[in-house]
Every structure is written in structure tokens, then in C-alpha cells.
Ligand binder design. Structure first.
Ligand code: 6PG
Length: 253
């Protein structure tokens, strides 16, 4: 039943919280999780379909994955890279999530373009969103497509990917990828919807720093309410959810 908060979410599934001492151990723990998810997916289905997060937090994770022991722990030729969201900017813009992943992960690992499915931030947002949904449906098995792992960050306002409080993307119950915008600046974005995220086999939030402690506590205590805290709408119905925090981000739990 839909209401002012959009379609009513299923009852929250169980989730796991792991707290590690600091940002560096967060990157190591996240890299361990990435390698574990990849090994399971590749072992069972031959490929690993992962959606990368944008923002600054995952930079340390991507760097860690390019170094021993994690570099040698993943069968990179069997990994297909997707994105959770993108700013509507060219791929070489400093604001591009693709550019950050290219610099920190794809180039150091020499990942060929054919294994990278980026959101075309340089195109008109609605057209780019539609094209990405078609690509997701064409390359990721499942109806709806089931990514093996979705990495997410958390904004201070409770947003995740580019699902911002009070924006139309939150109420989307059919499409998997939509155009959206940042409140205030109205900066256009492309984002996976909660329907796409919640179809995943595993979702991991990666959150660091005391600046996020209040919103982490808010989201984990208000699960199921989306309009004000979109991240609380992440609830993989047939998957697992891990909140991976450093002590600073988890300090109000
Ligand atoms: C983006 C991200 C966004 C990000 C959070 C946290 O495109 O910016 O997808 O959802 O994950 O805003 O960002 P930080 O990691 O920089 O704190």
C-alpha cells in the first residue's frame, strides 16, 4: 500500500552491523567483504556483478583492492562493474564517480572498458537513465536484475546513491534507474532506485567519520521510513545487508 512516504516497504529484513577502529581498517574490512562476495558469485555463477558507490568514502577501498593481498584474491576478469549513481557530468569531470573509480581501481587493475558499465553522465539525464536500465537488464541476470553486491555510502541527510530526501526517485516502484536531482542545487543525477538496490544479493553501506554518527543512528532506528531518510528504505528482500562502520561513524549507536 502506498502512502505519503511512497510504496510501503516490506518489513525490514535483518541486517548486520560491523564496527572497525578507523578509516584504514574500514577499507580493509570492505576489501575483505568485496573479495568474499566476488569469490562466492564467481564460484556459483561464473561472474560477479557489483555496483560501485560514489562519493569519497570508497576511495580508500578501491585503492586497497589494487594492492596485495586483495589484488590477487579476486578473479578480476570475471568481474562486471556497474554504478549505484552518477552525477550528470562528463566522465572526465572531477565530480564524476566513474572518473574516481577509473583512477583508483580500473586503471591500476587494467580493467578493459567492456567490463565497465558506466552511467553516461554526459547525456540527457532521462535518456541516460533509460539506457542504463536497458543495460542493467541486458547484462545482469534476474527479473528484476540481481546485482551480486551493491556498495553504498550515506549522506549526512540520510541519502544514499542519489536518492535524496523528498525527491521523486524515492517513490519509484517500477523503474530500476531514474533521473533525479540534489535538493538545493538541483544538480541532476542518475541513480539506481530502491527497487534495483533491494533486488541485490548483498548490500554493504560503507560509512566513516563522526560527522555521520547521528544519521547512522537515525537510519538504523527509523528503518522503513524513506522520505526523510532514504537509506532506511534499503532493505534487500532476498539478500543480506551489512552496515560497515568505523568507530567514529558508529559512535551514537
Ligand atoms: C555520490 C554518492 C553519495 C555518497 C554519499 C556519501 O554520488 O555522492 O553516491 O550517495 O555515497 O553522499 O559521500 P561521502 O562518501 O563523500 O561522504
Amino acid at each position: 500500500m502506498a502512502d505519503a512516504l511512497g510504496p510501503r516497504p516490506a518489513a525490514p529484513t535483518s541486517f548486520e552491523i560491523a564496527v572497525v577502529p578507523d578509516a584504514e581498517s574500514l577499507a580493509v574490512a570492505a576489501a575483505d567483504e568485496f573479495a568474499r562476495s566476488a569469490a562466492e558469485a564467481i564460484g556459483k555463477r561464473g561472474l560477479f556483478h557489483v555496483a560501485l558507490s560514489g562519493g569519497s568514502t570508497p576511495r580508500a577501498l578501491y585503492r586497497r583492492l589494487t594492492k596485495a593481498p586483495h589484488r590477487g584474491a579476486v578473479a578480476w576478469e570475471s568481474v562486471r562493474f556497474f554504478f549505484g549513481d552518477e552525477r550528470c557530468v562528463p566522465p572526465d569531470s572531477e565530480r564524476s564517480n566513474f572518473r574516481m573509480a577509473r583512477e583508483e581501481l580500473f586503471d591500476p587493475l587494467r580493467i578493459p572498458p567492456r567490463r565497465i558499465f558506466r552511467m553516461r553522465g554526459e547525456d540527457a539525464p532521462r535518456r541516460a537513465a533509460g539506457a542504463y536500465e536497458r543495460s542493467l537488464r541486458a547484462h545482469v541476470p534476474g527479473r528484476p536484475p540481481r546485482l551480486d553486491l551493491v556498495l553504498l555510502g550515506l549522506g549526512g541527510d540520510g541519502h544514499t546513491a542519489s536518492l535524496f530526501p523528498g525527491t521523486p526517485a524515492l517513490a519509484e516502484s517500477k523503474r530500476l534507474v531514474v533521473e533525479n536531482f540534489m535538493p538545493g542545487s538541483k544538480e541532476p543525477r542518475i541513480t539506481l532506485t530502491l527497487r534495483a538496490i533491494n533486488a541485490a544479493r548483498r548490500v554493504i553501506f560503507l560509512v566513516s567519520g563522526d560527522g555521520k554518527a547521528a544519521v547512522v543512528a537515525g537510519v538504523l532506528q527509523k528503518r522503513g521510513r524513506r522520505k526523510d531518510l532514504p537509506a532506511a528504505g534499503v532493505n534487500p528482500s532476498r539478500g543480506t545487508l551489512l552496515w560497515l562502520l568505523d568507530e567514529a561513524a558508529g559512535s551514537k549507536l
